[in-house]
Design a binder for this molecule. Structure first.
Ligand code: WQD
Length: 342
């Protein structure tokens, strides 16, 4: 039996991380997770094991601790590639605690990059975000669309993170780097064993919808219907988290198999379809058979009116295309919410 290729997933007990671990394991990879469990629970390992039959190797420590990162790699120099999800990601919180966000998100990445250089592990996939595009001038956004001044320290850590990768790729040709810009990840694994677990009151739309429908929240507030969009509510590109996870496996394989054309590549990961808040609500009501209690209120500061992806580059270069619809995602999110009640 040939030894399995080992992949490191930082933040692997988190929402997108856990779904990616499942897809990697199902593709035959040996996965080791580093997570400090600041925004996820150790129980996710049991659930991943329940889905795939394989319990990922797991180490709990903070990636801002350079000594611990170095020690980890000295014991795992057989890692072939890594996917870096671990980061603080609450937009609002980042406005209140910018220093924590810069410290955590940037020093973690820098520690990892120093370590992979030292241990000759060239392949690094970075979890970035469409937030780098701000309010786009033209839609849909392509990877060449201008990066706009960040509207939050969280978004800025993604932009700075990409700049760090670009400079590192230029200076160190042995590094092989990919940045994946996610649009709006939603939904959950079909097993309803893993999904989005917001800490406290959800900031994102879909968990707030499902928590309202299940009775945890009294009603959903729709932040504005006076935008210049067909129904007045904001438009986003909602991508099923399983489609997103599959794209990470493809990105890793592109690097491992040396199929990348440059040593720093960037891909938009979206569906290419813009969906408004009111259309998202409609989709949820249709698949759940539940009427949602919501009220239109004033706009949320910082929201962009519309952003959705031009996915041709990812479709053509990665041979990846989102397969699942907003209805599939909403149904999986609802099943996940119901499973939490059990
Ligand atoms: C979507 C739409 C809201 C909640 C953020 C981050 C982004 C990424 C995804 C990390 C907007 C509306 C929401 C509610 C509402 N995170 N809404 N009522 O803001 O597009 O993106 O999360 O990578 O970086 O910026 O996602 O789900 O918060 O909002 O009306 O209670 O839903 O106004 O139009 P967003 P969201």
């Amino acid at each position: 039996m040939s030894k399995k290729t080992k992949i490191l997933v930082t933040g692997g007990t988190g929402y997108i991380g856990s779904h990616t671990v499942v897809e990697l394991q199902e593709k035959g990879y040996d996965v080791v997770i580093i997570d400090n469990l600041s925004n996820s629970g150790i129980g996710v390992l049991d659930r991943i094991e329940k889905i795939t039959g394989i319990r990922p190797e797991f180490e709990c420590f903070d990636l801002t601790d350079a000594g611990k990162v170095e020690n980890f790699f000295s014991r795992h120099s057989d890692i072939k590639a890594l996917i870096h999800f671990a980061a603080s990601k609450a937009v609002g919180e980042s406005v209140d605690l910018p220093l924590l966000y810069y410290q955590n998100n940037l020093s973690s990445m820098l520690n990892l990059l120093q370590a992979i250089r030292k241990y000759n592990i060239p392949n690094f996939v970075f979890s970035s975000s469409c937030t780098v595009y701000g309010e786009p001038d033209k839609l849909p956004v392509t990877e060449a669309s201008p990066v706009k001044p960040a509207t939050s320290p969280y978004g800025n850590t993604k932009q700075i993170g990409e700049e760090i990768l670009r400079d590192a790729a230029k200076a160190h040709s042995e590094l092989q780097l990919i940045s994946l810009r996610y649009f709006n990840p939603i939904g959950a694994h079909d097993s309803a064993l893993i999904g989005e677990l917001p800490n406290g009151v959800p900031l994102n739309l879909v968990p707030f919808i499902t928590q309202t429908a299940i009775g945890i929240r009294e009603k959903l507030l729709v932040f504005g219907n006076d935008y210049s969009t067909p129904d007045g509510s904001c438009i986003r590109d909602y991508i099923h988290v399983v489609d997103l996870a599959k794209a990470h496996v493809i990105a890793i394989e592109r690097l491992i198999n040396k199929q990348n054309k440059h040593n720093m590549e960037t891909f938009n990961l979206g569906t290419g379809k813009g969906v408004s808040v009111l259309e998202a609500i409609e989709s949820f009501e249709k698949v759940s058979g539940q009427k949602l209690n919501y009220e239109i209120v004033s706009r949320r500061p910082g929201d962009v009116e519309q952003v959705y992806a031009d996915t041709r580059f990812a479709n053509d270069e990665l041979g990846w295309k989102a397969q699942l619809s907003i209805d599939d995602a909403m149904l999986s999110a609802w099943r996940w919410e119901q499973s939490l009640k059990k």
